[in-house]
Design a protein around this ligand. Sequence first.
Ligand SMILES: [Zn+2]
Length: 220
Amino acid sequence: MKAFVHTTVPYGDDGKMVRGIIAKCGGPGCEAAIPLPVNTMQNMRSGDEDLEFQFIARKLEAKGWRVGRSHGAHRCPRCLGAAKFSAIRKAKQMPNENAMGDKLKIVKDNMRVMTREDRRIIFEKLNEVYVNDKVGYGDGWTDEKVANDLGIPRAWVKLIRDENFGDEVGNENIREQIKEARELLAQIKAIEPRISEAQRLIAVADKVEKSLAEIAKVLK
Ligand SMILES: [Zn+2]
């Protein structure tokens, strides 16, 4: 498939019609077309077509066109400009808009005032997931999780919990850790005699190894 329409085009001041091509812009809804006189070589050999394409592409690119390999792939300077402009605008504005959106959300969150209804909802949720001031939260619940669950600022949860319930992390975790440490200690104590025995055997092995080395020297 040829990239250009081969036809006759006006040339020079008198508008004489000469052999040439017309490149059409493939931009959406764009009717732009550019005529270019090309003295098409007679008896074109294979490879000449490629040379001709390169010649045409250079000429059109000098006039601000982007040249593609097929009819619909060319773009006129106006369409190129519009595409560039929208790409630049997207690249420049998108991150800013996102950052602005995030900032706005934080500001909105901070500006949100806790209503009596909010307090009641948070209290009820804490009542459900907070065991008591010794155990703290049950089942892996945290301030963060409660805040996400209710879709409210974490600071509100902390406030209501501090006022009405207890610390975020209860003593239950600490108790659990002590229990684990005790179990570990018991395991170490259980194998301690074996460790002592192993150490004694290693000491014996060292002596045997030294004796072997001395015997080996004598036997040389
Ligand atoms: Zn165009």
